[in-house]
Design a protein around this ligand. Sequence first.
Ligand code: PGA
Length: 249
Amino acid sequence: MKKKIIAGNWKMNGDTASATEIVEGILDAANASSHDVVIAPPFVYLSSVAEKISDSKIRLSAQNLADHESGAFTGEISAKMLSDVGCTYVLVGHSERRQMYGETNTVVAQKTALALSNGLTPILCVGETLEERESDQWKDVILAQINAVIEHCGIEIFQETIVAYEPVWAIGTGKSASAEIANEVHEFIYYTLTSKSDKIRPSLKVLYGGSVAADNSAQYMSQTYIDGVLVGGASLKPSVFSEIIRSVE
Ligand code: PGA
């Protein structure tokens, strides 16, 4: 059986004290899990969190990375720096980056390539807006997001790149996609990718994200094409995130 992934995206929340509290509060659940637990704190807390989780099974992710290798890009953080401070994963193309910071499919593809060439596992976020879902464009939107990455990086990178399906209308809204809707999109993503290369079939993982909570995580996890969850708000509450970790069989 493929190991599942339970990832927590803290977004721009918290401080030193709350970062410590979250890590300490999820250690037991994470260490007892037979799946992979990943947390994505804000950049400035990565080093201190890395130290706190060094003896645990929790893995570290960043929430974003620069679209250049290094140089005069004031305020940016490179993939190499993230590896250097202990990250093994990085979120790429989160919808908040795409919508609020103008990240195009091309930029997302460049970032994916940089993550991989610096030893990080990208968690590539894709997903449609409410308008795109209601006008039945979700397949085209997701295909364009995925194809830009394939064109730039090749299909084989999906042997080591995780995909996260995050319908924009379900993020932070409390309106999660039903497990059936999510599974339908996951199946579409799975066959879109595996039809292009057999090699990625055994390892491909597609996570669901969007208002995941303690009372719905098990439903997602039990779907055939869902290999884990990417949790936002609920990952800031250690008892709730622990419950989500424990909900995965
Ligand atoms: P949410 O966020 O769980 O708060 O909806 C999910 C995400 O943006 O990754």
